[in-house]
Each structure stands twice: as C-alpha cells, then as structure tokens.
Design a protein around this ligand. Structure first.
Ligand code: GCB
Length: 613
C-alpha cells in the first residue's frame, strides 16, 4: 500500500467517524413533507479572514468560544468586549446568491456567515426535525444553538442534517450557516470555469418535521427490462429506503388513477419491488402525463407526482417509449439574466422553460451542474426532456482519489434527488475534460456509478473531438462507455468564420447516436451590421444558418442538438469592454430578455422537425 492510498483511507475513516458531523443521507421530495420554510431575510457578516471560525493562531475555535460567530454574542455589562454581531441592517434574502443582492458582494469569493432565528409553534406535532438545504455554494458549516450540525461541500446539490432532540427549543433557535465559495483546484468544479461563481444559500431552506421513522428515499419507474408497447402489460420497479431499519413493516404504494394499491413488506431498511400495471399512459413531450403516487408508511402518507416513460438507445437511435426521437434541445445556465442572478423559484423555472417551449425545443441541457428542483419538476409537468449534469468541467484534478469521491458524491446526490423525474433522460458526468489515461479512468468510474444507481436513463458527457482539416473525428475513449456520443461544436466561432462548416464532416468511431451538446456564437443584443462582423446579431444568425445546413448533412446517427445557449450569462472570462462586459454573449436571448435574430432561425428549424414527426 503506498503513501497516497494510506492517506486516502485515513481520510475516509475520518469522514465516517467524525461524531455527528458527517453528512446524512438525503431526504427526498421535501416539498410534499411537513415543513417550516426558513426562506426569508437572514443576517450576514462578511468574513474574508474567517475570523469567526479560526482564532488568532489560525486554529478552529472551540465550540463554546464566545468569539466564534456561531455563538450568540452576549453583552452583560457595558465593559464586555464583543467584536461581532448580527443586525437587521445587514440582511440577505434566502434563497438567493449574494452577488446580486448588494454591490459589496459583486465579485466576492470567500466566507459569509448567515444567521436567523426560528420558533416551533405548539401546533407542530413531530418527533424528529431535520434542516434541509436545497443547495449552498460551496462549502457549508451549519450550527444550531452553538452546536455544529454538520458540513457539506458541493454547490448544486441538496443536503440535510438532523437536529438532536435536546437541542431544539420552542422559541429563539439561533441558526448560523457559514458559507464559503472560494474556488479550489481539488474541488468540483475546479478553479476555472466559464460561468460566474455565485455564492450563498442559493436554494430553499426548510425545517423538515418528521415522525420517528419515515420513508427517506424511494424510486419508481417503468422497468426498462420489461418494457413493452402494450399499455396493459407494463411493470414498474423501484426501491424504498426507511430512515431506520424495522424488523418487519409494511409500505403501501398506491396510484389511485390506476386503481393500484400494493402492500409491500420490508424487513430491515431497504426494499426493491416490482409492480405490474395495466392501462398506463406513458409520459412524453406531447403528453406529459404524471400520476399521483402515495407511499403510506405507519401513520404517514407521502405523495408525489411521477411520470413513466422508457428511454433507450437502439443502434444509432434514441427511442422514447419505443419510438425514435430527435432531441431539439437548448442549453441553459441557472440564471435570470435580466436580474443578473441565479434562478431559484418555480416562477424562474417557468420563465426559462417557457422560453425553451417558445423555441419549440423538446429538450434542455441543464448546464453544467444540477439545477434547482423547481426546474426538473416544471420540466416534468411541461413535457421537456432534461440532460442533467455534474460540474466535472475542464481541468478537474483527475489524478486524485479524493476528488473522484467528491464527484461521485455530487453524482449520487443529483441522482437520488431527481431519479423520479420522468423528464430527466440523461445523466451527464462531465464536460470537455482533457484526454489522459487518468481522466478517462476517472470519467469511466463516474459512468459506471451512474449506471449502477439507475438503469432507466442514458449516461453521457461532452466528449473531446479532434480535427483533421475538415474532418472532425470523435474517438475519445470515454465514448466507448457512454450511451450516446456527445460533443460541443464551435466551427466558425472558435476558428474561422461560419462558412468553415460548409465542407466539414463528422466521424464517430462508435456505433452510437451522435448528439451535439453545444454549438454557438456570440452576439450583443441590438448590435446590428454586416454578417462578417463579429458580435452582430447578423453574425450569430449566419452561424446558426450554417450550423443547420451542416446538421442537415449529418450522417444518420445524428440524434439531436442543444445549442449554446438560451440566454446570455455572467462569466468572468468575457472581458471585452464594448461587447461582453462580463457576459458570455452566446445567448439566443440577451441580458434584457430580448430575443436575438438567431433565436428565430433555430425556432424555424425546430418547428420543421416537429411538423415532420
Ligand atoms: C464550451 C463550454 C461552455 C462555454 C462555451 C463557450 O465549450 O462547454 O461552458 O461557455 O464553450 O462559450 O465558449
């Protein structure tokens, strides 16, 4: 055993033995559980030197240290020395990135302490309480009434911590969250990305009020191994996980509309089950049918809305419910450009996905990290297929076992949260990762993990392409294990002008569907001129016209495209003072929400595809 492996084993041991501090298993479907929302105004302290966390010898402060920012500052007499405090004058809205809320945060990367109080009214009956965070970017430490509940890393996935019974008070609970969005080479994403590192408690926060034991997680989907085109001969399959093992207990799964109600016996904590169903209407973009499903355990009923569909690859085609489909997609960042902020609400999701509908897209690539759950729920109900991705982007430290564990954790959190969303058809394990044996081993291990957790979806990643004159060759070794071969295409933007596409050809080494996970060109909304002039809407329009011509010449394995990108988005890499001003301008919609000319070119292409189907 070498040095590195020993160190890694010690790290794993530490993770598992750190008392009460390790992150707990995710509780899913929180919107349909009894909860108190902790959204609203929270106080904050900006703490770039992490003074609230470390003492002047740079050691983590003791839990009871009155100068630790997780403790309530107390002044008993005027001579007491207190050097921090929380005040209404310094408040941030939760959920929300901090960057958009006050100019002081615009470019801030570092620690911010959030604090609020909450009460539990007498009316609330529950046995156990959990704090749930939809996402916090990036590293979070959570403290309640002076005690640490836990720590989580990863900016785009949910997590929860149980509150010990004796810690929770009826009134005046002092909740403090330390958030740090500094970028690090050994985190995911790493230091270099083409998007803005919005910090803060960016998604909903809830206090989940739970019974003594409860269903922690479940999955339910059409069984891909038994899929048939006969609606009276389908099988559902899934798993259930209780929070605590039981000697034997019963969970009833019922789908009232299908007159299905099945009592399932669980011995222990987990159960895998299978349910034959008759008369099932399948979920599709044309008919986004969702069924109410109830899971009944002891005195508790947990309801969800779930759609059932089959997605698979057959040779060079992607089949949805047994029928060949074309993915008319669009890529999206989780941003509302007009307000220069992260998207966070259902209304935001309706705006972004509403624009995608307007484009006649039937699919979205949620780039480059898992978006909030309002997005996938709304996609479910609007009938929009989803590619969901973890931020394994560009130059991650592929040599490190620890970094691989971090990637797997984010992958797991994404899958557990969203595996009951019919809309999600593709898990993506990364984007444009540079070729090396270490990278390919790392990425293959993520593909294997996604497949082992979920066999009812496709797995992909944006792969590397190499160019030999006008020939574009996709032989990235990762393509051997992904279900579809996806690549980002920028001929005519990075390299040459849009007519560079005229004679270009595409070759895929693998006998699999080919998907263009990006293609795009920058244009400043409202800037017009000759099509040869960069940054004009006409240039971008020309780029899309040439792209569509090239797509029409694609070999038969061409299965879809998700151009880059629905709207302009913030990026610190985009510094042209006149045309970019900190924005990546490849949006089909500008930062004021106005559609550029290229939007209509793509819309036309998608409308035609729709008509021919
Ligand atoms: C890419 C990246 C994407 C960038 C885009 C661009 O290939 O995947 O994150 O934003 O190109 O605009 O260059």
């Amino acid at each position: 055993m070498n040095y590195k492996t020993l160190y890694f084993l010690a790290f794993l041991l530490l993770l598992n033995t750190f008392p009460g501090k390790a992150q707990e298993d995710l509780i899913i479907n929180t919107q349909n559980r009894k909860n108190i929302s902790l959204n609203g105004n929270w106080h904050y302290i900006i703490d770039p030197y992490e003074n609230g966390f470390y003492d002047y010898r740079y050691k983590e402060r003791n839990e009871a240290d009155p100068e630790a920012y997780w403790n309530r500052p107390v002044v008993n007499k005027p001579s007491d020395r207190v050097e921090h405090s929380y005040s209404d004058e310094y408040s941030l809205k939760v959920p929300g990135d901090w960057n958009s809320q006050d100019p002081v945060f615009k470019y801030y990367e570092g620690t911010v302490w959030y604090q609020r109080e909450f009460n539990i009214t007498d009316a609330e009956s529950f046995q156990r309480a959990f704090l749930y965070f939809g996402a916090v970017n990036y590293e979070t430490h959570v403290y309640l009434n002076g005690k640490k509940l836990g720590m989580h890393k990863g900016g785009f996935t949910p997590f929860n911590f149980e509150i010990p019974k004796d810690l929770l008070k009826p009134t005046g609970n002092f909740l403090v969250v330390k958030v740090d969005n500094k970028r690090h080479a050994d985190e995911i994403p790493t230091v270099n990305t083409d998007w803005w590192n919005f910090g803060g408690i960016t998604r909903d926060v809830k206090l989940l009020l739970m019974p003594e034991n409860f269903i922690q997680q479940y999955s339910l989907q059409l069984n891909p191994k038994e899929f048939s085109k006969d609606k009276n001969n389908q099988t559902l399959t899934g798993c259930l996980k209780l929070n605590e093992p039981e000697e034997t207990s019963v969970v009833t799964v019922s789908i009232p509309e299908l007159k299905l109600s099945e009592k399932l016996q669980i011995k222990g904590q987990n159960l895998e089950y299978r349910l034959p169903v008759k008369g099932l209407e399948l979920w599709s973009p044309e008919n986004p049918k969702l069924y109410r499903v109830d899971f009944i355990f002891q005195n508790d009923t947990l309801s969800d809305k779930i759609g059932f569909r089959d997605i698979r690859v057959s040779g060079k085609d992607v089949l949805l419910n047994g029928k060949k489909i074309f993915l008319s997609g669009i890529s999206i960042h989780e941003e509302i450009p007009q307000e220069v902020r992260r998207a966070k609400t259902k209304k935001d999701a309706e705006q972004l996905l509403g624009w995608a509908k307007d484009l006649h897209a039937n699919m979205v690539r949620l780039a480059h990290y898992p978006h909030n759950e309002h997005m996938t729920r709304t996609a479910d109900s609007l009938g929009i297929m989803v590619w969901s991705e973890i931020p394994v982007y560009w130059t991650i430290d592929f040599e490190s076992d620890e970094v691989l564990e971090k990637a797997k954790k984010q992958l797991k959190e994404m899958i557990i949260r969203d595996r009951n969303k019919a809309s999600v058809i593709i898990w993506s394990v990364g984007n444009e990762t540079p070729l090396s044996p270490a990278r390919t081993a790392f990425m293959k291990s993520l593909v294997a993990k996604a497949k082992s957790m979920d066999n009812s979806r496709l797995v992909s990643a944006a792969l590397e392409v190499h160019h030999e004159n006008e020939k574009n060759i996709i032989d990235d070794p990762l393509g051997a294990v992904t279900d579809i071969v996806s690549v980002n295409e920028y001929l005519g933007w990075y390299g040459g002008l849009p007519n560079a596409k005229e004679n270009s050809t595409w070759e895929v080494t693998y006998d699999k569907p080919l998907f263009f996970s990006e293609t795009g060109a920058g244009a400043k909304g409202g800037y017009h001129g000759d099509k040869n002039q960069r940054w004009t809407e006409e240039f971008q329009q020309w780029y899309f016209e040439e792209t569509i011509k090239m797509m029409k010449r694609m070999p038969e394995n061409y299965t879809g495209i998700a151009p880059w990108i629905l709207t302009d988005f913030r990026s610190p890499r985009r510094n042209h003072p006149e045309f970019q001003q900190g924005w990546n301008r490849k949006g089909l919609i500008d930062n004021n929400g106005i559609k550029k000319k290229a939007f209509f070119v793509l819309q036309e292409y998608y409308k035609k595809i729709e008509e021919n189907n």
